[in-house]
Design a binder for this molecule. Structure first.
Ligand code: PLP
Length: 378
């Protein structure tokens, strides 16, 4: 079957499927990004961003993918004269470490194996040493399908007085992230994940405390410049206009659905995916206690690699899932079920997985995975 993106089942770990209303919002003639109409677009996005973050604060929209948001935050907030702690347990944590090391001369990396929970005691120990000015961590480690338990470290970060800088790229509008209760100082979201807008924008939430401590980092991503422009419903440089229009529409959809409802649906889809995975006789990759609600990462069964499984899903059923990254290439596959993903997506995907495993005589109980999903449908 030749893959037709218009009709494929699209469940990679972001970008996610986009609602037709959001797609249509981008099909406009060129707009004057310094004109009243576009200022109105920026204003509406500003008004809607607290819905996405679940918190009010100083929030900006950057033209650039999620990494642009991370670079903006680390470049403007990690201290030049104090210690920064980076906690890692997956590919994106390791990337955080690389970015932070460009901007902070004094970095301590606390690494847990990929897929394992945060090294909470080591984090608390490092914070207790007293000289930590910022702690950087990924909330939802997309690479291994794991949601980090930030509640377990938040009080220690606050007690240490360190800035709490969180990569929320695949967490925002996907899993609960109580920014105020945890005292988070910066959160970066990506447009292409839980918000279900096209890739290419980064949204940054800053606490007042963080906004007051910004120092010049990169020129293009200077958060102080972006904050002062957005006060006037403007952007410092030419923005990615069509993406702003799409984001506005995606945020309207989120507002109409309600953040709580989107988180709840994502959670139920994740529970169903996990139960269906077990029914297929397959194993989750991460420590199951921390399995993510936005991405289910599953170990490939012995002897079945990407060509037999994930690529067969794509070839035979036009279902797109994501593979593993780095050392996990060919060893795991990942199902993204965030944004506007819904029950039919899961049903089709697990039906096809049953079929493929069955052909390889690796399906323990035909129909069991689908039953698990159906039992959890609203
Ligand atoms: N951090 C996390 C947790 C991610 O999931 C991703 C992308 O998947 C990134 C960072 C990088 O974001 P981008 O590719 O949008 O720059």
């Amino acid at each position: 079957m030749t893959l037709d993106p218009e009709t494929a089942t699209f469940l990679i770990a972001g970008p996610v499927r986009i609602h037709p209303r959001v797609l249509r919002a981008m099909s406009t003639p060129s707009l004057n990004h310094r004109g009243d109409y576009f200022h109105g677009v920026v204003q509406e996005i500003r008004e809607l961003l607290p819905v996405a973050f679940g918190a009010k604060g100083r929030q900006v929209i950057l033209s650039g993918s999620g990494t642009a948001g991370l670079e903006a935050v680390y470049a403007s907030l990690v201290p030049k004269d104090g210690r920064t702690v980076v906690v890692t347990n997956g590919n994106f944590g390791e990337r955080t470490d690389k970015i932070v090391r460009r901007y902070s001369p004094n970095v301590t990396t606390l690494a847990a194996p990929w897929g394992q929970g945060l090294p909470v005691d080591a984090v608390k120990g490092a914070l207790a040493a007293g000289d930590v000015r910022a702690l950087c961590v990924v909330h939802n480690e997309t690479s291994v399908g794991l949601a980090n338990d930030l509640a377990a470290i938040a009080p220690a970060v606050r007690a240490a007085g360190a800035l709490f800088l969180v990569d929320g790229i695949s967490a925002v509008a996907g899993i609960p992230l109580p920014i105020e209760a945890w005292g988070v100082d910066a959160v970066v979201a990506g447009s292409q994940k839980g918000l279900a807008a096209p890739a290419g924008l980064a949204l940054v939430h800053l606490s007042e405390r963080a906004a007051a401590q910004l120092h010049p980092g990169t020129f293009y991503l200077d958060l102080a410049a972006h904050l002062s422009s957005i006060e006037k419903n403007d952007t410092p440089w030419t923005p990615a206009v069509p993406l702003f229009l799409a984001l506005r529409e995606a945020l309207r959809l989120l507002r109409d659905e309600g953040l709580e409802h989107r988180l709840e649906r994502t959670h139920r889809l994740a529970e169903a995916s996990r139960a269906a995975t077990a029914a297929l006789g397959l194993e989750l990759f991460p420590d199951a206690r921390f399995a993510s609600d936005t991405v289910t990462a599953i170990r490939n069964p012995e002897g079945l690699g990407d060509p037999e499984l994930r690529k067969a899903l794509e070839r035979e059923y036009s279902i797109l899932l994501q593979g593993g990254q780095g050392a996990l290439t060919g060893k795991i596959f990942r199902i993204g079920h965030m944004g506007i993903a819904d029950w039919p997506d899961l049903l089709v995907t697990f039906a096809a997985l049953e079929r493929i495993l069955g052909k390889h005589h690796r399906l323990p109980r035909p129909g069991a995975a689908l039953s698990e999903i159906v039992a959890r449908m609203p």
